[in-house]
Design a protein. Structure first.
Length: 414
């Protein structure tokens, strides 16, 4: 029986250490990183009322969707787009190499219009099905337009009525091109010329594909975090994380000896599970999120500290090592649950009422607290039971406990 317990303990310990060693780096670097860790551009947009269009909830929802579509069309990795208040939208573009290009695309209203020579708008962007940047045979940059079924009929009617005349194509009231109509165009396709570079044509195509914004949007703040600053923040975060883990491991071993070492192994399992959950939730890791993880590490060992202190107290009053540890878990559980629940509640409040990076901090702290409660009451307890069952170490000092207190019987003395 003792041999079986030792083998089980050895398998569990080696499995946790092996998984931690092999997967800690791949997991940590697979989690998407926020603007403050890898650099990029932070843009704040604000919708404003105009005589043509007033800002309301429906308009803001449409603006967010169109901005999301434009950002996705730019091919940027892991952008963050979120509402702030009633009229503002925060856009974070991690890793972007050309912030000016992104800002220009985000801020344009992109209202497409087709007007006849009299200035009447006959068609608009809602009649468009697709837009793609191309280079024609004469090496000219252009945008190829494809209309919807209804748009094709409108365009055929427009061109047939304006043969020999000009049709102006406008974007945000500015004329992009005004070609002469030579014949009716019934194929449902057209081109926009005048782009100086292929990139300019691609940006125009993105704007046309994503549609026009329902209200005017102004860019009120732009902040660029360089890759060097982002890398510096990442390096400091990794250093702080390593120091935090190292300090906790050292503290537990020095003060609680063998049980502390068991708690440290459980801490490895805790870190791996936390990173795995963040990866599965597709969370964005920011500096406040890293702070939440480091803080939750302290919460993870806090439960073990309470358990081990109760264990030492029970042993001083004459119980066996195993009975003392069982009593320590039972006595500490209520206190551990209460302290963890208050932290979880605080995390919930921060998540539901906070914004931006505050939510990231709340998520990592809340998840970490739940996992710390789980690892303390399962992994640590299971390994300690196997340790006591193996009966390899029986001296109390190895468990950080002092000799039992001698209980004096006053009646017998008298």
């Amino acid at each position: 029986m003792r041999k079986d317990n030792f083998i089980k303990l050895l398998v569990v310990v080696l499995a946790i250490i092996g998984i931690f060693s092999f997967y800690i780096s791949p997991l940590a670097y697979s989690i998407r990183q926020g603007l403050d860790l890898q650099g990029g551009t932070h843009v704040v947009l604000e919708a404003v009322d105009t005589p043509e269009a007033k800002v309301n909830e429906d308009a803001m929802q449409r603006v967010v969707k169109i901005i999301e579509k434009r950002v996705n069309e730019l091919g940027l990795t892991e952008p963050v787009i979120q509402r702030e208040g009633e009229k503002r939208i925060i856009v974070e573009l991690p890793g972007i190499k050309d912030p000016d290009k992104a800002i220009q695309v985000l801020g344009k209203t992109a209202m497409l219009e087709f007007q006849d020579e009299a200035g009447n708008t006959v068609m608009n962007g809602t009649d468009l099905k697709d837009a793609q940047a191309q280079i024609d045979q004469s090496n000219q940059n252009l945008v190829s337009l494809e209309f919807s079924a209804e748009g094709s009929e409108k365009f055929a009617d427009l061109t047939s009525k304006n043969i020999g005349k000009k049709i102006a194509i406008l974007l945000d009231k500015e004329v992009l091109t005004a070609p002469n109509v030579k014949e009716a165009i019934t194929g449902g396709k057209a081109v926009i010329t005048g782009s100086r570079t292929l990139e300019e044509a691609q940006n125009l195509a993105i704007l046309l594909r994503s549609g026009s914004l329902p209200v005017k949007v102004n860019i009120i703040e732009t902040r660029t975090v360089g890759p060097t600053l982002g890398q510096d923040s990442k390096d400091k975060s990794e250093f702080a994380f390593a120091i935090g883990i190292g300090a906790v491991i050292l503290f537990m071993v020095l003060f609680y000896r063998l049980p502390g070492l068991v708690a440290d192994i459980s801490l490895m399992a805790y870190v791996i599970m936390l990173l795995f959950l963040l990866k599965m939730l597709d969370a964005t890791l920011t500096l406040p999120g890293v702070a939440g993880i480091i803080l939750s590490i302290g919460m993870a060992v806090d439960a073990n500290v309470l358990i081990f202190e109760h264990f030492k107290e029970e042993y001083r009053f004459g119980k066996t090592l195993r009975m003392s540890m069982d009593a320590g878990f039972k006595r500490a559980f209520t206190t551990i649950l209460d302290s963890h629940m208050t932290t979880i509640l605080a995390s919930g409040v921060l998540f539901f009422f906070g914004t931006g990076t505050v939510k990231g901090f709340a998520i990592t702290l809340g998840l970490g607290t739940v996992l710390s409660l789980f690892t303390a009451t399962t992994f640590t307890q299971y390994m300690l039971k196997l340790l006591f069952g193996a009966n390899l170490f029986t001296h109390p000092t190895i468990y950080g406990a002092s000799n039992p207190t001698k209980v004096v019987n006053n009646n017998a003395k008298n």
